[in-house]
Structures are given as structure tokens and as C-alpha cells.
Design a protein around this ligand. Sequence first.
Ligand code: AMP
Ligand code: GLY
Length: 426
Amino acid sequence: MKVLVIGGGAREHALIWKLKQSPEVTKIFCAPGNPGIASLAECVDIPVKELAKLVRFALDSAIDLTVVGPEDPLVAGIVDLFQRNDLRIFGPTARAAQLEGSKTYSKELMLRHNIPTATARTFRDYDVAMQYLRTAQAPIVVKADGLAAGKGVSVCKTIEEAREVTRKMMRDEMHGKSGTTVVFEEFLEGEEISILAITDGHTIVPFEPAQDHKSIFDGNKGPNTGGMGTYSPLPQIEASILEEAERECVFQAIHAMNRDGVPFSGCLFAGLMITEDGPKVIEYNVRFGDPEAETMLRRLKSDLFPLLWHTTAGTLDQCSIEWDPRPVVTVILASGGYPGKPNPPTQIKGADADFGPDVVVFHAGTKLVDGKLMTAGGRVLAVSAIGDDLEAARVKAYAAADKIDFAGKQMRRDIGARGLTATRIE
Ligand code: AMP
Ligand code: GLY
């Protein structure tokens, strides 16, 4: 089988790393890919937003299955386009991708179908938004309605801060048109977890949970990023809470989409807060998480290819899924400046060292210039390690991450630390 993976980050590197192990996969292409991916797949120089070129390539190359990594092409309708051309593709249609593409759409779906979530108000008018903030209570969360690469959210400790962020989003258009509509949301307190689930719209296969670390600095300080590291499993989450979260927040969403006549197929990513009142949805994404995928695909024992294939065929009920019980920790190495404007490209040293079989280094923002590996963007590498226990996985991941160097390198030191110290939530 010939597979095309769309995207060029560490998530796509992890998908390809896993697909490469499938006896059913004979050839993998990646558009546009990156230098790490190039060692496993043939990279094709087509940007993810060039949908017409991507479909042409898939037709010309007789691709059997296309897998979409990032959200932008999904929201732009890549699945609809491929399906119109009788091409098999893993991911939701543009209508279903609104679950991530518009926070207002997903909020309304949750409210209509009684899915637990933070209360929220949407504003399109700047003056009305400012008026609302006069009577609002802090802390309050301010979100850009549209896509903003995981950076369109500010948790504001004071109303003054919320006013400032709102002004930047609505007046200064710091996130472009994505932020001219804002959502003010109730602040949820608790343990934040990510549950991914593969579904063909009928059968739902939830993954074990992972925990991301969104803020740039240790101890969840500083501005939000796309994610600075993940680990799984989560010893602090009791099985009954997890079942409730899957039932109320994941299965309900798939059923809700069906009832609304917008069936969802692909990978649903539920970002949840486990509050004192139970699990609540922070957001849905319509694709594998990054860096959740890096951790979960290393724990996945089953062959990934049949899971993706049967999803597109509507026969996911024929599949089963098995996890390696051993913990995985993934640490992101980011450029200086991130999550603001990343530093200009600088040379990376030590990324191709042999760290042993338990460590895999996935490439995110890297490029080759005159044979030298350079940084190219905010998140640069994802260093992923498996261990007999969480501490062992952490030690291995950080030993490798410390040996990789580039000017301005940022990484959090506390990935997985909560799993070691947190008390179990029952
Ligand atoms: P989002 O892009 O909606 O996932 O938001 C990014 C991050 O902001 C989340 O992963 C949370 O850490 C935080 N966040 C978003 N909404 C809330 C909320 N209502 N309460 C507390 N934290 C939130
Ligand atoms: N790790 C969060 C995301 O993929 O959006």
C-alpha cells in the first residue's frame, strides 16, 4: 500500500515512524515533510495548503491512503476534495472540521447536546465585548474564535489583562481575522488531559490519556504554546473518571455530530479539564495532537495502518487496539523567542546521535542548509523516550534532550513530573 502523509512536523514524523513498521505499507510519501521524515519517506515539496496540487499528486502516484496531520487543510476541505476524486483519506470533512475551526460552533454543539464544558460568551463587536468585561469576574479566559496555532488563548488573572488581550485581538488583529471574534470563557481548574480517539463515525476507539504541558515555562508559567511535552499513561487519573470522560466528552461528541447530520470520521482530540464537578471539555481538535501523537504512537503496540484504513472504510469495528503499558515521555525542544517570533535559523548539534532503542528524536521545525541541520520555526524537535516506569522514561528523555544543542534552545524540565507527584483523582 502506498501512503501519503500531509504535514511536516513531529506529529507527522511519528505517524510515519509508526506506519513504516506496518507490513502492509510498501511506500510512504510526505508533503512537505522535513529532514527527519526524509530518512523514512519520500518528501514531496507541496505545502499543506495547496490542495489542488496535493490531490493531483495523489492521483498521479496512485496513493492508496492519505493521512492528514494538521488542521488547516482539514478545515479548508481537503477530505471533501480527495473524496470527490475517489481517493481514500483519513480525516473529517470541512463541515465536521468546524469542531476545531470555530470555537463558537463547537461550543454551541456542546450546549445543544449537554456535553459538559466551560460557560462562554461570543462577541463580534469590540465595544460590546469591552462592556461585558466591566461586569465579568476574573480569572477569565479570552480566546480567538478561529485557528491560531494553539496560541489564540489567554488565561487572564485580572479583568485589566483581559481588556488588554481583547484589544490586541479585536483591534490590533494580532491573530488576524481569527481573533476579530472573541470568546470569553469561565476559567476551569483541575487536571488537564488529552484523549485522542479514532472513529469512523460509528465505532469509537479511544486512546489511553496523555497530558500536555501548554505553557512555555516550568510550573505552567508563561504564555501558551502549541505544547511543550507530553507523557502517558497518567497514574493520577482513576479508571472511573476516565470512563466518565470518554463517555460524556468523547463518545457524546461523535453521537452529537451524527445527530446533527455532520458525521465525524478521523481522529477526534478532546482537551479536557478534570474539575471537582467532573470532566469538562476545553476544546476539540479534529486531528492527532502534537505532541500527544509522538507519545501515543510510541505506546501503540497494534499496527497503525489497519486502524487508519478501516476508519476510512467505515469498518473500524474489525480492529482492536493494544497499548504498551510502559510510560513514554516526550520533551519538546523549541527555538529562542517561541511562542513569540522564533529566532532565525541556527545550527542543531547532536540530534542524530545514537540514543539507543528506547529514544526516538522526531523532527518538527528543522531544515537542511548545505548539509547542516538547522532550526526552522518554533518547535524544533520532540525527544521521546520509553521506560519501565515514568521516572525511567523521564531520565532517558532528558539525557538525550540535554545532548542536543542549538543557540537559544528552550525546553521544560518538568514534563511528566505531575505524574510522579500528583495524588490520584477518584
Ligand atoms: P485551547 O486552545 O482552547 O486548547 O486552549 C489552550 C490552553 O489554554 C488549554 O490547553 C488550557 O491549558 C488553557 N485553557 C483554555 N480554556 C480554558 C479554561 N476555560 N479554563 C482553564 N484553562 C483553559
Ligand atoms: N497538543 C495540543 C494540540 O495538538 O493542539
